[in-house]
Design a protein around this ligand. Structure first.
Ligand code: HEM
Length: 494
């Protein structure tokens, strides 16, 4: 009897799943979907090395919009500029799906900006952007903080380069700097590079970013699977990492509450607490939990991502010495070797800007954009898309479109220079996304990316280590991608 009931239960469940996975009317074409796994087996059969490659293959087979199920979640995969532009331009897609893992981390409520929706998201995003700009986001007043970090990082690198040149493991060399800059904006303080607390925080962040793993995705689809021991381990690591970050943020907020003066804003936490004081409405969206969520987002979205983008730039200088030589020549002639680069120098460094843009094109750290969701039934590229469909834009497919770029696989910064060597701002490099959900930290990210790269090139030459194989251009996949581990032979430039 018991066996019969269990089998009947499974049969009902599978039937429910099969009905749920039915293709809606006028939904985009896509692979077959099966109960529980959705299109999972089909995606696996494509044998791609990364998520972006898998999505690119779907584009080749089904066209610019593919409709499918990821587990039991109805989804669209968008390839190519035209479809991406239409999606970014349609406000009905300017939402995020509510993922189980996020609600879990924030004790049942989605907080912050990255994962929130509706009026709360709008109000909190607008407030945060305006006030970060006032604090100095992207302004020359912020360059002091960036220069302080650059100085410490370069001094440490110099001390590891002995007798002219040394082999140095390059991945993650700039993570402490980017983290400290963001933490400085939030909390008004920077950590010493040796501070154990900082290293603990970075370790926690790495654990959270691993949450793009297949196992955690499965738990997002079927939350009860988190109790299966082989799956629960990774989920727990992610959740513990997030709890560690939140506890550090809450500690900083509590310390601000006891030391602040309401008439002065030392940093973003003070600014937010002052705003909370002035809020009279019971329905205000400003709260301690929201403040913690925003700090979590800025830290989580900004520090490792920007540092990995700089790692890619350094890797490509190693792989393309002739381009590195031109970078050195331009920096030497425009700013010399002794003064720090500032953002006002960038227009006078068109070759460097072209190099950094080409790196954003060829290896963006978010090759597949953060997922969006439809908040209403909507028309898209001639199809009918139901409310609550998850949407993934393959940014790399825009950057690698052969019909537009001609030779997209070739690393060729000159594509962004006109006949007079002036930098041409490209419309189709969309590494920061576009539309209402465009990256909130783009100005700061560009400042860190440009200034840290130029300072590194000012001081060092990087080459392939003699006797070691040439590092790979292939990426290490994840929620954001990074270069595979690589060493460089660093030589101090005198
Ligand atoms: C090279 C560095 C970076 C790249 C390539 C990058 C890229 C992106 C992309 C592709 C998105 C998703 C856009 C979409 O949903 O359509 C995004 C969102 C976001 N980024 Fe960045 N990002 C970088 C650095 C930063 C930094 C430094 C910060 C903050 C300190 C930041 C904060 C955010 C936030 C909060 C969002 C969510 C915005 C929202 O949902 O309204 N990012 N970023």
């Amino acid at each position: 009897m018991l066996v019969f009931l269990v089998l009947a239960g499974i049969a009902v469940y599978l039937l429910y799943q099969a009905i749920k996975l039915e293709r809606p009317h006028n939904f985009p074409p896509g692979p077959p979907n099966y109960p529980f796994v959705g299109a999972g087996l089909y995606l696996k059969s494509l044998n791609a090395k990364t998520g972006a490659e898998t999505f690119g293959k779907l584009g080749e087979i089904f066209g610019p919009v593919t409709g499918l199920y990821l587990g039991n979640i109805r989804a669209l995969v968008v390839n190519g500029y035209e479809a991406a532009k239409e999606m970014w331009g349609n406000d009905h897609f300017a939402a995020r799906p509510e993922l189980f893992q996020i609600k879990y981390v924030f004790s049942g409520q989605v907080r912050g900006i990255f994962n929130t929706n509706g009026d709360l998201w709008k109000e909190q995003r607008r407030f945060t952007i305006r006030n970060l700009r006032d604090i100095g986001f992207g302004k020359s007043s912020m360059e002091g903080l960036v220069h302080e970090e650059i100085q410490e990082t370069m001094t440490r690198l110099q001390s590891s380069v002995q007798e002219g040149s040394s082999t140095v493991h390059m991945n993650g060399r700039f993570t402490i700097s980017t983290t400290n800059i963001i933490w400085g904006i939030i909390n008004g303080k920077r950590y010493s590079h040796d501070d154990l607390k900082l290293h603990k925080l970075l370790e926690a962040l790495r654990e959270v970013l691993r949450a793009g793993d297949v196992k955690v995705n499965l738990i997002n689809n079927y939350p009860l699977t988190r109790f299966i021991p082989f799956l629960s381990k990774d989920f727990k690591i992610m959740a513990d990492g997030a709890a560690e970050i939140l506890s550090t943020i809450k500690e900083a907020v509590n310390s601000h509450k006891t030391t602040r003066d309401e008439n002065v804003s030392r940093d973003f936490i003070d600014t937010y607490l002052n705003k909370m004081d002035g809020e009279k409405s019971e329905n205000s969206t400003f709260s301690d939990d929201q403040l913690a969520g925003i700090c979590f987002d800025l830290f989580g979205a900004g520090s490792e991502s920007t540092a990995s983008q700089i790692d890619f730039a350094v890797l490509y200088m190693l792989l393309y010495p002739e381009i590195q030589e031109k970078v050195h020549a331009e920096i030497d002639s425009v700013i010399g070797k002794d003064t720090y680069a500032s953002m006002s120098d960038i227009p006078r460094l068109p070759y460097c800007e072209a190099v950094l843009t080409e790196i954003l094109r060829i290896c963006p750290i978010a090759p597949v954009s953060v997922p969006h969701a439809s908040i209403k039934n909507t028309k898209f590229m001639g199809y009918d898309i139901p409310k609550d469909t998850l949407c993934s834009i393959n940014i790399l497919s825009v950057h690698m479109d052969k019909s537009f770029w001609g030779d997209p696989e070739t690393f060729r910064p000159e594509r962004f220079l006109d006949q007079n060597g002036n930098f041409q701002k490209p419309e189709r490099v969309v590494a920061f996304g576009s539309g209402k959900r465009v990256c909130m930290g783009e100005t700061l990210a560009r400042m860190m990316y440009y200034l840290i790269f130029v300072s590194f090139m000012q001081k060092f030459k990087i080459e392939q280590v003699p006797g070691e194989s040439r590092p790979s251009r292939e990426v290490r996949d994840g929620f954001t991608v990074t270069p595979r581990p690589f060493n460089g032979k660093l030589t101090l430039r005198n």
